[in-house]
Design a protein around this ligand. Structure first.
Ligand code: NOJ
Length: 760
């Protein structure tokens, strides 16, 4: 037996040597070879340190998006670039800067391996589209895809070829500031949007000069930070992990995503960055992901603070063994990994695997054939802020607006003969509408609401800011300071409102009140704005409340008193134009909420697809023993999927029938109002009894339809095992026959209902 094993080993060694010598004879610059072959050839030429170098990502020297573990060590970075010990850089931008670092990597290092250049292109580069949560409110997958492709077009023109987007974390807690960056609370909608965004960034051919690599983040569980406090502990069970958190990541892989980012949080006791179960067993094992995983900023070294790693070297060992391929700014791999391999603590095969994954993506991008392909000065000048990008941004902005309430059809506004008072400092703000995560956009480049309204000249507009929202000039890194005392402008605002036919109040959050590190415990209107609203209401209740915010807010008072409420999020560069078009009815709003708006912050986490509990209803008048609050309803103020139009829709003739591979559903939707409008037809199911309890409602289909007055359209859906099944507590997909309830309508609440028996 021993002899046989020895024979096999010698044979294997010969084969390796043979392929090694074949590989060094081949040239990785030979374009006739596939990306995979070229990677193999190149890898065979690399030293251990050079391979580890590919796993090292440095920040540019001038911009940080987190605390830099080694502050300002630029000399070391330059030295490492020359040695070929850097695989990627982030926050290097602009053709000149990218060319400069690329030149060092390509022309001064031994093998000339080009860098992949990463950047947070979250909702655009310099021209901004709405924040991702707002885009999700459009439920318009084509528009979302276009928006991502426009972001890729602009970013690729300034040298960037990799975006750290989309964030596909499902989030149910509006206190968490990063809800602005995702697609909301629902895994079905979130998965469709993840797919669209990846396709938008990457297109169908990564080697084109206008497509860039996407990154599904943050793997995994980041959106479930306890109490909505950013970076906080995550403790979730198998059912939530497989049924809620994982699907948008799987959808990203289906769309061909080339990279993943892991996350800052620990998941059930193990930091995601050092989590073998997540990265090796699930992502690279079960899901067969062949791209690479980048750590989050310094998340390898943060495993020490988590209490998981003893020191940086130990952190590097844990992360590399767990499947984190690239180290963002921890300096852990570049400083420690070679020794760990020599000591036998990390196998060289794992280094080869990581470097292979990274190099292959670079080959697919075409970087070896032309490392400066994204560094064309003319293209940069031509494409930055290009009209085509602005146009897509305006289109996306209009589609993202949600009409929450419209009593007595106060909206749309009349175009002539009106005196309109505009109140609120956000109405004139040209920076806040850009939202958070806009590292490259310049302050003051958004169209303000006042500017948008000024395009319509049939009405008289009077403006009064009422009160400041923030103090000083906020930025991406430091804490925003809110005005909580100064109300000097209230009397002027009231005087302005008193005389008007209609008052437009533009209130909400500053763009930097949401985003990374920006959690809040009170999600009402910040500062003195609630008071301003109530004061103005006393003199003129005919108010249209235009909201700017990066997360769901608590709006109970406004809902009780204000006749019209328009959710306008932070809509990016074209913000004011989009809002004006909707206010005047040149665009009929069709957005639907991707996240529930609570009545009270104490309800959080709040989501429409909750479980029923054993005590869902009041047992008898005044008896307390059921799942409820003493002081507030259980339901959302504005539920998931809610959103009105200037026209109305009627649903009828729901027909549900078994068909070959599942269930066929048909519904007639009729426009019974006077204007053409769009409706998002939503289909939900409830699996009534199952071995693992199922939510009271789960979105399983939607379609955006446009209808002229009196027009009827039949919308069809097919439910297959994919929609009817679920993951059990062993992570296995299960389909259980039995009774299902089915709901169709224009929100998760307003539905018509039937049931069917699924025979399996
Ligand atoms: C930290 C954030 O969590 C991540 O999403 C981002 O891509 C990196 N910083 C890089 O800026």
């Amino acid at each position: 037996m021993k002899k046989i094993i020895m024979g096999i080993s010698i044979f294997a060694a010969l084969i390796t040597m043979l392929s090694f010598s074949i590989n060094i004879e081949k040239d990785h610059m030979d374009k006739s070879l596939s990306a995979k072959e070229r990677t193999e050839v190149l890898l065979a030429k690399m030293t251990l340190e050079e391979k580890i170098g590919q796993m090292n990502q440095y920040n540019g020297f001038w911009n940080v998006t987190g605390p830099t573990p080694i502050q300002g060590d630029a000399a070391k970075k330059y030295k490492d670039l020359r040695k070929g010990y850097v695989g990627s850089m982030l926050n290097v931008r602009g053709v000149d800067e990218v060319r400069a670092v690329q030149k060092i990597a390509v022309e001064e290092s031994r093998l000339g391996v080009p860098l992949i250049i990463g950047f947070d292109v979250i909702h655009g580069y310099e021209t901004l589209s709405p924040i991702p949560l707002a885009e999700a409110a459009s439920w318009d997958l084509e528009a979302i895809k276009t928006s991502a492709s426009m972001a890729a077009l602009e970013a690729s023109a300034v040298g960037i070829n990799w975006t750290f987007a989309p964030m596909v974390d499902i989030a149910r807690d509006a206190r968490w500031g990063r809800v602005m960056e995702g697609a909301g609370e629902d895994t079905f909608l979130g998965s469709k949007i993840a797919y669209a965004r990846v396709k938008g960034f990457q297109g169908d051919d990564l080697s084109k000069d206008h497509t860039i690599v996407a990154c599904a983040k943050h793997f995994a569980g980041y959106g479930f930070a306890e109490a909505g406090r950013d970076y906080n502990t995550v403790d979730v069970g198998t059912s939530t992990l497989y049924n809620i958190i994982f699907p948008p990541f799987q959808a990203s892989i289906d769309a061909g995503v080339k990279t993943f980012m892991n996350s800052f949080n620990e998941l059930n006791g193990v930091p995601a960055t050092g989590n073998k179960f997540l990265q090796r067993d699930i992502l690279k094992g079960k899901w067969n992901f062949d791209g690479f995983v980048v750590s989050d900023w310094g998340s390898i070294s943060e495993m020490i603070e988590h209490g998981h790693a003893m020191d940086l070297k130990h952190a590097a060992e844990i992360a590399a063994n767990a499947g984190s391929d690239m180290d963002m700014e921890s300096n852990a791999y570049v400083d420690e990994l070679a020794n760990l391999v020599r000591e036998g603590k990390v196998e060289e095969a794992l280094i080869d695997d990581a470097a292979t994954r990274i190099l292959q993506v670079k080959f697919e991008l075409g970087l070896f054939d032309d490392p400066y392909k994204y560094c064309n000065k003319e293209r940069e000048e031509k494409l930055l802020g290009h009209q085509k990008i602005q146009k897509a941004s305006l289109d996306m902005a209009k589609k993202s607006i949600v009409l929450l309430k419209n009593e007595n059809s106060l909206l749309p506004l009349k175009k002539k003969g009106q005196h309109i008072a505009v109140i609120g400092v956000l109405a004139s703000d040209k920076t806040s509408p850009l939202g958070s995560w806009r590292i490259a956009a310049k302050d003051g480049t958004a169209v303000s609401v006042l500017e948008g309204l000024s395009q319509y000249d049939g009405n008289k507009i009077s403006y009064s800011k009422g009160a400041d929202l923030i103090l000083g000039t906020p930025d991406f890194i430091t804490e925003v300071k809110i005005n909580t005392t100064d109300k000097k402008g209230f009397s002027d605002a009231k005087k302005t409102a008193e005389r008007a036919d209609v008052v437009i109040m533009v209130l909400g959050e500053h763009g930097f009140q949401s985003g990374e590190g920006r959690s809040r415990t009170d999600i009402g209107l910040p500062g003195v704005q609630q008071e301003l609203l109530e004061e103005v209401y006393k003199v003129n209740p005919n108010i249209v409340l235009v909201l700017n915010n990066g997360r769901p807010l608590t709006l109970s008072w406004a809902d009780r008193h204000i006749p019209a409420i328009l959710e306008c999020w932070q809509l990016g560069t074209q913000s004011g134009n989009a809002i004006a078009e909707v206010l005047y009815g040149d665009y009929n709003p069709s957005g639907k909420l991707p996240m529930s708006f609570p009545r009270n912050v104490g309800q959080l986490p709040l989501y429409y697809n909750y479980k029923n509990t054993g005590r869902p209803t009041l047992p008898a008048p005044d008896v307390v023993f059921w799942s409820h609050y003493q002081d507030e309803k259980n339901s959302a103020l504005y539920p998931f999927g809610h959103g009105l139009s200037y026209t109305q829709f009627e649903y009828e003739n729901l027909v549900v029938k078994p068909k070959a591979n599942g269930i066929s559903v048909k519904i007639d939707v009729k426009n019974i109002g006077k204007l053409t409008g769009k409706e998002v037809v939503q289909l939900y199911i409830r699996d009534v009894h199952a071995s693992i309890t199922r939510p009271v409602k789960e979105l399983k289909g939607f379609e955006l339809v446009s209808l002229a007055p009196n027009e009827v359209k039949t919308v069809s859906f097919t439910l297959t095992e994919k929609e009817l099944g679920f993951y059990n507590n062993n992570g296995a997909f299960t389909v259980e026959p039995g009774l299902f309830r089915l709901f169709v309508g224009g929100s998760s609440k307003t539905v018509i209902e039937t049931s069917f028996d699924f025979k399996g």
